[in-house]
Design a protein around this ligand. Structure first.
Ligand SMILES: Nc1ncnc2c1ncn2[C@@H]1O[C@H](COP(=O)(O)OP(=O)(O)OP(=O)(O)O)[C@@H](O)[C@H]1O
Ligand SMILES: [Mg+2]
Length: 423
């Protein structure tokens, strides 16, 4: 039995991906039998090489190999193409004609795009598969043929069956063995290999030096979705090879050839997703920290109020000087005169702001000694808080109520933050 490597060489198949090798191995194994094979996989993955491999490794190799593109033949003529017709079977049928199944007797018929076959043709095909019998169009005389059928499709056959576009019994007949070729994006290690091969082929063809990809461009190649698989990769390699003067291809140059490169990068999307997962996790943590900081400040304020209102306030202060210093800072002193009601202050500030924007330094919280925690990490926390607020406002198109509820803070607090950050 010929090795997978030898077959790849013989049929010009590039790649070392395990799944690709497995598919070729399966084709080699099934080739000597007469089992029907269905090759599946997205468009452009390289399905067409497999029926040829199967035929050439079978005992039918000296027989005919007829490839029929079922999707390209009009519905009105497909039965006649496949099974032939009798003279006078329809207008224009001036003489009897044999179809592909008769022609390929002793050989292989490759039904490409088999999912496109009309239902009536599917019935005829089922019969051939069951007992090798068929009828020419316009004839009632059963004929026999000895044909091995290999079919291929890039559509989801289960969907087609569900939509009653494809007969389930025929599907099971055709797919006694199914060979699946995975999309190119799942064969990452083969992408650059294929590109280099195509680039070298096109350089030869167009008599130009071979293009070479910069590292970032290689990464882009690997991340791209390749919806058109190897066919698309080949086209891109050809375009770049022909059109680019500079034979060293940068990320940006390559990107300009890739349709939807921005939105069509699963790896990048995945990356962004995990990044955003991470950042949303971080956001949650930051939010918890802000909430804690805000709770702490509220507690400080509350304590302050209590100490202020409490007739024993001064006594409490004296007795807890160390603790108070620890919480409010060494220099802190409770400014009784300045501990007005926060709401009143806020309203005043709102009105004041309406008529005359305040310079940022004047927007100090009256409990500045409680708020002014100057550690660097707090500053970066503030940056993050600012970022969160900006994002929430953006997401909610500036609607503060919605933004506040998203941030889990009151509208009033949000307003205070907006002023604090001069937003
Ligand atoms: N592994 C490969 N090595 C070299 N060339 C390949 C490989 N796979 C595919 N190709 C090339 O890519 C192109 C598309 O492959 P092919 O025609 O087999 O696609 P397909 O799977 O039949 O797609 P469709 O479903 O659209 O018919 C062809 O030119 C083929 O030679
Ligand atoms: Mg094809």
């Amino acid at each position: 039995m010929e090795s997978v490597q030898a077959i790849k060489q013989r049929f010009g198949i590039i790649g070392n991906d395990v799944k690709l090798n497995r598919a070729i191995e399966k084709a080699i194994q099934v080739a000597p039998t007469d089992i029907s094979v269905l090759i599946t996989g997205e468009s452009g993955v390289g399905k067409e090489a497999l029926p040829k491999i199967i035929h050439s490794l079978s005992h039918r190799k000296h027989g005919k190999f007829i490839a029929v593109n079922c999707g390209a033949i009009p519905e009105g003529t497909i039965d006649s193409e496949l099974f032939g017709h009798e003279k006078g079977a329809f207008t224009g049928a001036t003489q009897t004609r044999s179809g592909y199944f008769e022609e390929a007797d002793g050989g292989t018929v490759f039904l490409d795009e088999v999912g496109e076959l009309p239902l009536t043709t599917q019935v005829r095909l089922l019969r051939v598969l069951e007992n090798g019998e068929f009828l020419k169009v316009g004839s009632s005389k059963t004929q026999k043929t000895d044909v091995r059928i290999v079919a291929a499709t890039n559509i989801n056959m289960f969907e087609a069956i569900k939509k009653e576009k494809f007969r389930e019994d025929l599907y099971y007949r055709l797919s006694t063995v199914e060979i699946y070729l995975p999309p190119l994006r799942e064969r990452k290690d083969d992408i650059h290999l294929l590109f280099r091969k195509f680039a070298s082929d096109f350089a030869q063809k167009y008599k130009m030096p071979t293009i070479r990809l910069e590292e970032a461009a290689i990464q882009l190649l690997l991340k791209y979705r390749w919806a058109g698989n190897v066919r698309q990769l080949r086209n891109i390699a050809e375009q770049v090879s022909v059109l680019e003067q500079n034979r060293t291809i940068s990320y940006d140059t390559l990107k300009s050839y890739l349709p939807d490169a921005g939105s069509n990068l699963p790896a990048v999307i995945k990356h962004t997703k995990s990044d955003s997962d991470f950042s949303s996790e971080r956001e949650i943590l930051y939010k918890i920290l802000f909430d804690m900081k805000s709770d702490l400040n509220d507690l400080k304020k509350l304590t302050m109020e209590l100490m202020k209102d409490d007739s024993n306030g001064e006594k409490v202060q004296k007795e807890n000087k160390t603790l108070i210093n620890k919480i409010y800072g060494e220099e802190s002193e409770i400014d009784y005169a300045n501990t007005e009601d926060e709401d009143v202050m806020e309203i005043l500030q709102v009105e004041h702001q309406k008529s005359l924007p305040e310079p940022p330094q004047e927007k100090e919280d009256k409990y500045h000694f409680a708020e002014e925690i100057q550690e660097e990490e707090t500053l970066s926390l503030q940056d993050k808080e600012l970022e969160l607020i900006k994002k929430a406002l953006e997401r909610n198109k500036g609607k503060r109520k919605a933004a506040a509820s998203e941030l889990g803070i009151s509208e009033r607090t949000l307003y205070r933050k907006i002023k604090q950050y001069d937003l």
